[in-house]
Design a protein around this ligand. Structure first.
Ligand SMILES: Cc1ncc(COP(=O)(O)O)c(C=O)c1O
Length: 414
């Protein structure tokens, strides 16, 4: 691991910080390889900025979740619904559908339509969103088997008019949340009142309304935050405990959807989420109960399955900082800027052991356009390209054309 550093830009004796290395990502003969490809070859072939996604990695991430849930005691009484808001690249969705490893969590009618066009059946899609327009309801109503979760009294009333006699899910807000290091920007429930779900105070009104509308509440849904890792599991435990109150108010619950939120490491000190501890904790709440589990991860499935390939534009010292410019900005990969979830830069050629502190910045005229401050990288003077880790989720799906810099390419590596 990295030895201690004092001044910025100091050249230090250290191993390349390679906490992120794994079977399908690392250096072979000093060349960075990803999903069986030399990354330099990918950058030369596709040009930049380009996102490359590994279908095998996404499938392996899903496989790990299945194994942990099964080992904990869940047999076939659970579903994994990939949250496609994380990454909706159609070839990836098609590959996931063919794998049979997951259904879909969708959050707009357009996502439902895309998922269906990639082969998912409406019965394998869970829909959770708020503030729906009349047009939204009209489109959603075409999919009779869709698992719809209502996140307001208004939604219950509307579905009551559209589909009397139907089963619905209700998204609830337990007033407690869980997120990466308690980051409130990543939290959907907690101290602040949010727009997400129905609170305890109104839940009996929701039950009465559903009854009045001839609807059966068969699912409870909650998603209270994103990016949690092992240290946050006690908070998740509390979230689930709190949400079981809602379940116990109804006598018709068939499924409990605990949302997504499972995080992946962004920094050396993060460590990976202990899936066995996660799954055992879940099982302790579900064991002996008649309802089934739904879980809808986005980040965990897709984030580390993608790299963003960029060209170096310049390398220049300004005051005490060595800046490495790249040919794209935060607008095509907004997470580092929005949530301070920095994307670890990876040199395409392994250095000789000496590293420099480098700040990777983009080409947008905004102060927040920084991909990573003070990354330790080998000498980048002769480097042509750079890759950013963890760009597989919430990058292209959140991208904008800010400064008319929205051009990007995406490729699926199969
Ligand atoms: C309702 C819902 N489910 C699942 C997810 C996926 O979350 P994550 O990518 O953190 O797993 C989100 C993300 O915001 C969400 O809003």
């Amino acid at each position: 691991m990295q030895s201690a550093l004092s001044d910025s830009n100091t050249v230090v004796e250290a191993n390349t910080a390679t906490w992120w290395q794994r079977e399908d990502l690392g250096y072979i003969d000093s060349e960075l390889c990803f999903a069986g490809h030399r990354v330099q070859d990918l950058a030369e072939q596709f040009g930049t900025p380009t996102f490359v996604y590994s279908l095998q990695r996404a499938k392996a991430n899903l496989g790990r979740l299945h194994t942990a849930l099964r080992d904990a005691g869940f047999s076939d009484n659970y579903r994994i619904l990939y949250a496609m808001k994380a990454n909706r690249f159609a070839p990836m969705l098609t590959g996931l559908n063919l794998s049979g490893l997951c259904g879909i969590d969708a959050c707009s009618p357009q996502e439902v339509e895309l998922a269906v066009s990639c082969g998912f059946s409406a019965a394998d899609i869970s829909f959770t969103a708020g503030s729906l327009s009349k047009d939204d309801y009209r489109i959603l109503n075409r999919y009779q088997d869709l698992n719809i979760n209502c996140d307001s009294l208004h939604a219950i009333k509307t579905w009551g008019q559209l589909r009397p006699g139907a089963k619905i899910g209700v998204r609830v807000n337990p007033g407690v949340g869980v997120s990466r290091e308690g980051n409130e920007r990543l939290q959907y429930a907690g101290r602040a009142i949010t727009k997400f779900g129905i609170y305890k105070e109104q839940f009996h009104e929701a039950i009465a309304l559903a009854k009045e509308c001839n609807l059966t509440i068969s699912r409870i849904h909650f998603h209270t935050g994103c990016g949690y890792l092992t240290p946050q599991l006690p908070q998740l435990d509390e979230v689930i405990r709190t949400c079981l109150w809602f379940v116990d108010q109804c006598d018709s619950i068939e499924r409990v959807n605990i949302g997504g939120g499972l995080g992946v490491p962004h920094f050396a000190e993060d460590g990976t989420l202990d899936l066995n501890a996660w799954a055992s904790m879940l099982f302790s709440h579900f064991e002996g109960r008649s309802f089934k589990l739904d879980v809808e991860p986005g980040e965990y499935v897709m984030k580390d399955a993608g790299l963003l390939l960029l060209s170096k534009t310049y390398l220049e010292q300004k005051a005490d900082t060595l800046f490495l410019g790249v040919d794209a900005g935060f607008n095509i990969a907004p997470e580092p800027a929005f949530y301070d979830l920095r994307f670890q830069p990876l040199a395409l050629q392994q250095g000789s052991g000496n590293e420099q502190k480098v700040t990777v910045i983009g080409n947008i005229n905004e102060a927040l356009d920084v991909f990573f401050r003070d990354a330790m990288l080998p000498d980048m003077t002769d480097a042509e390209f750079i890759a950013l880790l963890n760009a597989g989720a919430y990058s292209t799906s959140m991208a904008s054309n800010h400064c008319m810099r929205g051009q990007l390419k995406e490729y699926l590596l199969v």
